[in-house]
Design a protein around this ligand. Structure first.
Ligand code: NAD
Length: 324
């Protein structure tokens, strides 16, 4: 029997890459998402590939989440559904409902239906505060010590703590992964999507202004997805959160990688550091999840621009439909 993965937020960037990776190895994937913008999934796996099931699910509805587990009978779960920083800022109550209550719904369903599996879920570097975090040689400790700057970050911290309580009270193991800046085809929303939109603009031959700069850790969507898949399959015992490894570079390095593919790309930037530590200790990842090969930055950027070019040439939608 192939593994059957339930991926919440599976119409999003990392979720679509998870479906791409899982379907390629012959696993079954249940994409559970509230949204209707399915361009990311279609662009990566096609319209109706074998092994893919799509379910309309609002994770804030705990009964619906429980019923989805009962009906779809997943063997593994990757929980990615969330509202990103701008959406939480615009709608703090809705953000708390999706990001916090929704995660509790998932934890309840895991404890009920898959108590012996590892719950793999997305936290975020936004769980950290800014450069006030204690750092050693410029690297912030493996776990945040300061206070998040955004409600989104507070919600992610709450999920980390909730997962620890589910392990203590119900014996449910979990691995939370904190991505930093994910890029790749499908990364088209959230504060940190700006450099990826510069890759899209370069593929289109258009100028672009990147909204931030400084140093950050970059992860290709494929590699982020592989990390969540490995976490869900691990036999980890405990409730652990680890930072996702990636390329620790400056925005100038990202722009240089774009210029290596599109030498005349016209890119400007606001060279302002994100409100997170420029580097975070990701050394626990290999111990907790395993060793996962990554795209080197230049290859990841080249792959992204090439994929965007192919999609544009094919007339595909590479952005969400405009909000009505
Ligand atoms: N992309 C990054 O750089 C990054 C960085 C840090 C953390 N993360 C976290 O990783 C996860 C995935 O990120 P992404 O970039 O793929 O996000 P995304 O914004 O592309 O996708 C999120 C998906 O969640 C869905 N969703 C929202 N509300 C829902 C609800 N109530 N019920 C069901 N589905 C709902 C949306 O429709 C969307 O398809 C998120 O939890 C995000 O906070 C991402």
């Amino acid at each position: 029997m192939p593994d059957r993965f339930l991926v919440t937020g599976g119409l999003g960037c990392i979720g679509a890459w998870a479906a791409h990776e899982l379907l390629a190895e012959g696993a079954e994937v249940v994409v559970a998402d509230l949204g209707t913008a399915d361009h990311r999934l279609r662009n990566l796996v096609g319209d109706a590939p074998a092994g893919l099931t799509r379910v309309a699910l609002d994770i804030t509805d705990a009964d619906a989440v429980m019923a989805c587990f009962a009906a779809e009978r997943p063997t593994h779960v990757i929980h990615l559904a969330a509202l990103q920083v701008p959406f939480c800022r615009a709608d703090p109550v809705g953000g708390a409902r999706v990001n916090v209550v929704g995660t509790i719904s998932l934890l309840e369903a895991m404890a009920e239906h898959l108590p012996d599996r590892v719950f793999a879920y997305a936290s975020s570097v936004a769980a950290y505060g800014g450069e006030d975090e204690p750092t050693e040689n410029g690297v912030a400790a493996a776990d945040p010590q300061g206070k998040p700057h955004t409600l989104y970050g507070v919600y992610k911290r709450a999920n980390e703590e909730s997962s620890a309580v589910y392990h203590a009270d119900r014996g449910l193991s979990s691995i939370g992964l904190r991505p930093y800046v994910v890029y790749g085809v499908g990364r088209d929303q959230g504060v940190t999507s700006s450099p990826n939109m510069a890759m899209l603009a370069a593929a289109q031959g258009e100028p672009f202004h990147i909204s931030y700069g400084g140093r950050a850790v970059y992860q290709h969507g494929r590699d982020a997805a592989r990390a969540f898949i490995a976490a869900a399959r691990s036999d980890h015992d405990g409730a652990t959160v680890v930072n996702l490894p990636g390329d620790e570079v400056s925005m100038h390095d990202i722009i240089a990688a774009i210029h290596a593919v599109v030498p005349d790309a016209a890119i400007t930037l606001d060279d302002v550091q994100l409100p997170f530590p420029p580097s975070v200790d990701a050394s626990a990842f290999a111990r907790v999840v395993g060793s996962i090969p990554r795209y080197p930055l230049d290859e990841g950027v080249a792959e992204t621009i090439a994929r965007f070019r192919d999609l544009i040439a094919a007339g595909a939608d590479v952005l969400p439909p405009p909000a009505r």
